[in-house]
Design a protein around this ligand. Structure first.
Ligand SMILES: Nc1ncnc2c1ncn2[C@@H]1O[C@H](COP(=O)(O)OP(=O)(O)OP(=O)(O)O)[C@@H](O)[C@H]1O
Ligand SMILES: [Mg+2]
Length: 626
């Protein structure tokens, strides 16, 4: 017997006024609905092991065995009555219900469309009792502690409904899915599913720190774990946890989105929208993220009694939930993956601890650090606030200082040359712990090749740098620190009438973006200042593409609505171009910046900025046995 199992309260018929409060409707649609209800009951009874046996997709037989608290013999007949439950007795309890069941309807509904029997034994009985639902006969039987519910010949009396059932294989798939949903929220409970005498799924009970991760890997596959990041977020009494798939793992359909509220699998528009919106900046088009998200909250803040199958619910405060889920997922995704993996490798208890340990001193504090600082120090502060490595700081700044439009590599070369000897030594010592490794070479002016512990790292240099610049611009604009640098010699260009009109109409917006453009002659515009972060880029190209973008918007609201698009356009002009030769120091500086920049795993268009090719994959390429 499991120590946590408590004897249940007696099963009682609910008072009429409470019955009228309960969302009523069809609960048995197909075998999978029966499976879901019976597993719900087993879980409510405190079971730690649940076995589901099916014959012919569940149509001929569904049997659910558990090792829970059992049902006392004299209550077996009551369990089959409508509106009889041991889980609630009054409206108060309905409003704060913590069990899966509360209507006292499931067994009655199943009983009315099948041949049902209950076999059960509680801790106080020396043998089990079996109730035949059809005849009402009660007999002594053999069984250990717990309950077995057998449901035979589903819809035998309603052939019209039986006709709607699909093939056995389809019904089986739905039944497995029903158990899978339970399994994902109850890692401590072991599950087995048998079909026509064969074991089809088995998920062993998990314990310990990483029980949820292990269950997720068991049920959804090791790839899900590998391609997702830990979510861990608390706001008041609302706790959001689980895992969110990286943008790369997104799918065409929303079929890998598992959402639980207080342990119950649900579909909910508020949470789905909040989660999707957290991917806005990293996942483009109509791709659907994958995730398993769990919300734990005060049960009185959510109404589970809105839908007969309890698949929908209503939050008291949808805004609060939306905000918490959005922030939970967004902050989890912001951590560069290489970095999270590294901290995990270093032996942190779990990814959550690793994530938060990394997160707090880094970018979340950066905006605060920026407040009130002299604008000239911006680049430096951004770097320093990360506290990741001072050598990255130094070379990172230099990376930004490098001229890019003047056609020569002077700036970059200078960086390499000026990196002082102690810094270079630090580079050598530290490279073991650098998640993105040590730069080796540049390929075709497009990719950086680097070596880390796992093997080879390939980086799309322009895409990665573009993201870094973009994140810096976002941070600066949010902190009202997007400052501009006047150009010594204004850059002039012959402008179209459209461009001139836009420049004049959007003057304030441009200033907010750190760009100053004024009319020089009737047909010439002069760029007088650009954001410091972009000061080495081509000011004319920057001005032209920002003007082109502004043309499509109404000047008065553009900054609220299209801010990120505008910043992305600008970032492109600040990023190192393809075919630019980089020194090894410059490449390392870029890698170090990627490691400390939120969301640097994706470029601004949602494509990956880097890939890992493991030694194992390389060995496989060369058919080299290890
Ligand atoms: N596997 C089980 N182990 C112990 N008790 C059970 C089990 N299954 C059912 N019961 C008892 O039978 C009662 C009726 O079950 P039923 O599923 O019909 O209603 P419910 O779970 O209370 O509410 P709901 O209709 O919302 O599921 C339960 O309240 C519980 O006391
Ligand atoms: Mg139930």
């Amino acid at each position: 017997m499991h120590p946590s199992i408590q004897p249940q309260r007696a099963i009682r018929e609910l008072p009429d006024e409470l019955i009228s409060q309960i969302a009523a409707g069809e609960v048995v649609e197909r075998p999978a609905s029966v499976v879901r209800e019976l597993v719900d009951n087993a879980l409510d009874a405190g079971a730690t092991h649940i076995t589901v046996r099916l014959l012919s997709g569940g149509v001929r037989l569904i049997s659910v065995e558990d090792n829970g608290a059992g049902i006392p013999a004299d209550e077996l007949p009551i369990a089959l009555k409508r509106h009889a439950t041991s889980k609630i007795t009054n409206l108060n309890e309905l409003e704060s219900v913590g069990t899966m069941g509360f209507r006292g309807e499931a067994l009655a509904a199943i009983h009315s469309v099948s041949e049902l029997s209950l076999l059960s034994r509680t801790a106080l009985q020396d043998h089990a009792m079996r109730l035949d639902g059809r005849s009402g006969e009660l007999q002594a039987a053999a069984r250990a502690l717990g309950t077995t519910v057998e449901v035979k010949e589903l819809f035998y009396s309603t052939p019209a409904r039986r006709k709607f059932l699909k093939t056995d294989a389809t019904e089986l798939a739905h039944c497995v899915e029903a158990v899978r949903r339970h399994a994902l929220s109850r890692p401590q409970v072991g599950f087995e599913i048998w079909h026509d005498g064969k074991l089809v799924e088995q998920w062993r009970s998990q314990t310990g720190n990483e029980e949820l991760d292990r269950r997720l890997a068991d049920v959804l596959g090791a790839d899900f774990l590998k391609n997702s990041v830990a979510v861990q977020f608390t706001q008041g009494n609302l706790h959001v946890f689980g895992r969110a798939g990286i943008p790369d793992a997104a799918r065409a359909r929303a079929d890998h989105q598992f959402l639980y509220v207080n342990g119950r699998f649900v579909r909910d528009k508020v949470v789905t929208h909040a989660a999707r919106s957290a991917y806005e900046d990293v996942l483009h088009g109509h791709r659907q993220p994958v995730y398993a998200l769990y919300l734990d909250m005060d049960p009185t803040r959510v109404d589970v009694n809105v839908h007969p199958t309890k698949i929908e619910l209503r939050f008291r405060d949808g805004r609060e939930v939306h905000q918490a889920v959005h922030r939970a997922v967004e902050s989890a995704l912001a951590i560069p993956r290489a970095n999270a993996a590294m901290v995990q490798d270093a032996g942190a208890d779990n990814a959550n601890a690793a994530a938060s340990a990394w997160r707090v001193p880094a970018w979340q504090q950066a905006p605060m650090a920026l407040q009130g600082q002299n604008v000239q120090d911006l680049g430096q502060i951004w770097q320093k606030s990360e506290g990741f490595s001072t050598s990255a700081t130094d070379s990172g700044e230099k990376f930004h200082d490098s001229p890019e439009v003047h056609g020569e590599n002077q700036g970059f070369t200078k960086i390499g040359a000026s990196a002082d000897a102690s810094n270079t030594a630090a580079h050598q010592d530290l490279n073991e712990s650098w998640p993105l490794g040590k730069a080796l070479a540049q390929l075709q002016g497009v990719y950086i090749l680097a070596e880390n512990k796992q093997g080879l790292v390939l980086v799309d240099m322009h895409a990665a740098h573009e993201r870094i610049v973009y994140e810096q611009l976002k941070l600066q604009i949010d902190a009202h620190q997007l400052s501009s640098q006047p150009l010594l010699i204004p850059a002039t260009f012959p402008a179209t009438e459209q461009e001139i009109a836009t420049a004049q109409a959007s003057e304030q917006v441009l200033i907010d973006l750190g760009i100053e453009i004024s009319l020089l002659t009737a047909k010439t515009l002069a760029v007088r200042a650009v954001p410091i972060t972009l000061s080495k880029g081509d000011p004319v190209a920057l001005a032209r593409s920002v003007l082109a973008e502004l043309q499509q918007h109404d000047a008065s609201t553009v900054l609220q609505r299209a801010q990120n698009e505008l910043l992305a356009t600008m970032a492109c002009h600040g990023a190192v171009r393809a075919n630019r030769k980089l020194t090894v120091e410059e490449m390392n500086a870029l890698l170090r910046q990627m490691e400390i920049t939120p969301r640097s795993d994706q470029c601004n268009h949602g494509r990956p900025t880097w890939r890992q090719i493991s030694l194992r994959e390389l060995d496989a390429l060369f058919m080299r046995g290890r």
